[in-house]
Design a protein around this ligand. Structure first.
Ligand SMILES: [Zn+2]
Length: 128
């Protein structure tokens, strides 16, 4: 008997980005000027996410999504937080559902945690 065909509901079209931010940085810790434009846009956006997540409690950032919806720039604003277990920064776009994790952001230029109590986990912004 043929297996019953299950009409699987596909999740929304979206991409998962796993990025080690240091791969975008030069020897001085700045965003590498040699990056091609798409990578430059992503690196700039990711660094802004890091800076905002580590300097505010609110998971809502002012970082514009760099994805596209129907071939037009996505109008979403990235939401982000810190995974308390892994200390990876998790981000997601509420409009196009692109999402990802950022690793190795600690101690970069964009890490603002040192300005406030890192040992108080209750103060970490967490994306629910
Ligand atoms: Zn988006």
């Amino acid at each position: 008997m043929a297996p019953h065909h299950v009409n699987q509901e596909q999740p929304p079209m979206n991409q998962l980005f796993v990025t080690d931010i240091i791969h975008f940085l030069d020897d001085n810790g700045a965003i590498a000027s040699t990056l091609p434009p798409p990578a430059m846009i992503m690196a700039t956006s990711l660094s802004n996410i890091i800076a905002q997540v580590t300097s505010q409690l609110n998971p809502q950032t002012t970082v514009n999504c760099w994805g596209q919806v129907n071939d037009l720039p996505c109008k979403g604003l990235i939401e982000a937080g810190v995974d308390i277990d892994t200390l990876e920064i998790i981000w997601a776009c509420p409009i196009c559902h692109d999402h990802g994790v950022i690793r190795q952001w600690q101690y970069t230029f964009f890490d603002c945690f040192e300005q406030w109590a890192l040992d108080d986990e209750d103060t970490l912004p967490v994306l629910s």
